[in-house]
Design a protein around this ligand. Sequence first.
Ligand SMILES: [Zn+2]
Length: 77
Amino acid sequence: METKNLTNKIELYEEEIMASKKCPRCGIIANGEEEIEEKFGYRNMGDGREEPIIPQSHCRKCRKEEIELQKIKNKNF
Ligand SMILES: [Zn+2]
């Protein structure tokens, strides 16, 4: 029980500082803006507006895998 509570606290803390990102698909963790950019990349709004930078929800590897899966799906259907 105590160990479980401790884990939850750490996860909440990580969410609070917003400087680390975990991929919900493969569980890879990037710490700090540089690693987030390297492993996840940021969304490019591409319209010249000064939006706050939003990290991708999935890491680059998973997004690539998803694109490949979509290609296979599109071929089959
Ligand atoms: Zn991933």
